[in-house]
Design a protein around this ligand. Structure first.
Ligand code: TRP
Length: 455
């Protein structure tokens, strides 16, 4: 009953017990969040969970800077499942976010045997070509390769110090026989996720990582790593909020510990006056510094002030020579079911629609797709079909039908038996063919933009 789920980002199976995933891994449900101008994926519960998305929504509302980072494995062909991430990236981009996309060429080289050269080609000709066609703005998107962005590898290496094999074992289920590429890949991915907030890449701002839930282990790791580097923590206190100072090997001297381990009062005092100054710049006046205890209290601050205090202290940390890393926010989407009713996978072409599929092969796949209808027409009319299991309906909902009212209508019609399984498939075929044809036209029209994504 209480058996623990593990999420294996490299595995071929994936739990779809989303409420259990939310519970076990401490994700927040999207239900309680007010999202202005929600996308199709938000309205339909396809994006179902998040970590600290509120930070991003607040920046979005206030037109403050925020960034979006995601990554692609440059192996195989781009399919509809991949396009879901890009839909979300575009939504964030359209509401003011800057976009960075990692080509995981190191990861796919090490874990899937794709050469770096091949990875580069696939990224450009397959993935980014479709990103352009799907409407990402090349002027506001920067795509890079893990293998050539030094800072990403360096950051991954340096952050490795803040974790150990036991933690990786607990997060990923590794054991003694685990290939070390699977140890390195998450560290590089942590570098991917954190580097956009470095001063050379846009500076301190909230970064959101939209991913499938299979990638959450990397986010748990990365968030842990980032917070372990922080010099100042902001916690709930009996009254208001309390800042705690975290003394680490890296910052001992700057925090006023001398070589013999004694506290240098002058330096310590100076650190605390800097903290007080940073916080009073935000408008708080009742700040109490306790250098002896290593804490600063702000009785009038509420949890809603936590974000802005945190940001001010990360900025202070940077000015003192630390990383000043903010934990990334993230969102998670459900996986669209494969055409056959099993998992969608690039290596099994029958399970998925590729963005490069033409109308004919799309038609063939949808005709053969797993149906939620009854065995005979007579039974279907009497008992109705199950849209939750019907692949054709699911694909309309996930990908092809924008109109919520129409979707509700065919959902009802299917359930009541008015719409037959073959009719549902035909609707899906019509919409899919239209969608794919349009996409392929767009791909030609936007081909000249592809290089700009890499600048
Ligand atoms: N590991 C991801 C995948 O399997 C690819 C990836 C690399 C990524 N770096 C990332 C995803 C950073 C999100 C954020 O698809």
């Amino acid at each position: 009953m209480d058996e623990k789920l593990t999420i294996d980002p490299w595995g071929s199976s994936q739990s779809t017990d989303y409420s259990r995933i939310i519970d076990q891994f401490g994700l927040s449900s999207l239900d309680g969040l007010a999202i202005e101008n929600p996308s199709r994926l938000h309205r339909r519960g396809i994006v179902f969970a998040h970590r600290e998305l509120d930070l991003i929504l607040e920046a979005r509302r206030k037109a403050n800077p925020f960034g979006v980072l995601t990554g692609l494995m440059p192996s195989g062909k781009m399919h509809l499942g991949h396009s879901m991430v890009i839909d979300q990236v575009k939504w964030f981009q359209d509401s003011g976010g800057d976009v960075t996309i990692a080509v995981a060429d190191l990861e796919s080289n090490a874990t899937r045997g794709v050469s770096l050269e091949e990875g580069r080609k696939v990224a450009k000709e397959e993935y980014v070509a479709y990103y352009a066609a799907l409407g990402l703005n090349p002027e506001k998107t920067s795509v890079y390769f893990q293998s050539t962005r030094n800072i990403v590898q360096k950051l991954g290496f340096q952050l490795g110090k803040r974790t150990n094999l036991s933690e990786l074992e607990a997060i990923y289920g590794f054991d003694g026989s685990t290939n070390l590429a699977h140890v390195q890949a998450p560290l590089v991915q942590a570098g991917d996720i954190l580097h956009p907030q470095l001063d050379e890449y846009g500076g301190l701002r909230p970064i959101v990582v939209p991913v499938g839930v299979d990638q959450d282990p990397h986010l748990r790791l990365t968030r842990g790593l980032a917070s372990k580097t922080n010099w100042f923590n902001v916690n709930q206190a009996k009254m208001g909020l309390q800042v705690g100072v975290s003394i680490q090997e890296e910052n001992e001297r700057k925090m006023g510990i001398d070589a013999s381990g004694r506290v240098n009062k002058e330096i310590r005092k100076d650190v605390f006056s800097k903290i007080v100054e940073s916080i009073s710049n935000l408008g708080f006046s009742d700040i109490q510094a306790n250098p002896k205890h290593g804490t600063v209290n702000i009785p009038s601050a509420t949890t809603r002030d936590r974000g802005s205090i945190k940001m001010a202290l990360l900025q202070l940390e940077r000015s003192m020579g630390g990383y000043g890393l903010l934990s990334p926010s993230s969102t998670y989407h459900r996986f669209a079911v494969g055409m056959t009713g099993d998992k969608m996978s690039s290596s099994k072409p029958k399970t998925t629609l590729f963005l490069s599929d033409d109308a004919k092969s799309a038609e063939k796949k949808i005709k053969k797709s797993f149906s939620g209808g009854q065995a005979t027409i007579e039974e279907h009319r009497r008992l109705g079909g199950d849209p939750d299991k019907d692949v054709a309906y699911q694909y309309m909902m996930y990908f092809f039908e924008e109109d919520d009212a129409f979707l509700a209508e065919i959902n009802q019609g299917y359930r009541s038996g008015k719409i037959l399984a073959g009719e549902m498939k035909q609707m899906c075929i019509d919409r899919a063919c239209e969608w794919l044809t349009e996409l392929s036209e767009m791909k030609d029209e936007t081909a000249h933009l592809v290089d700009t994504f890499f600048q």
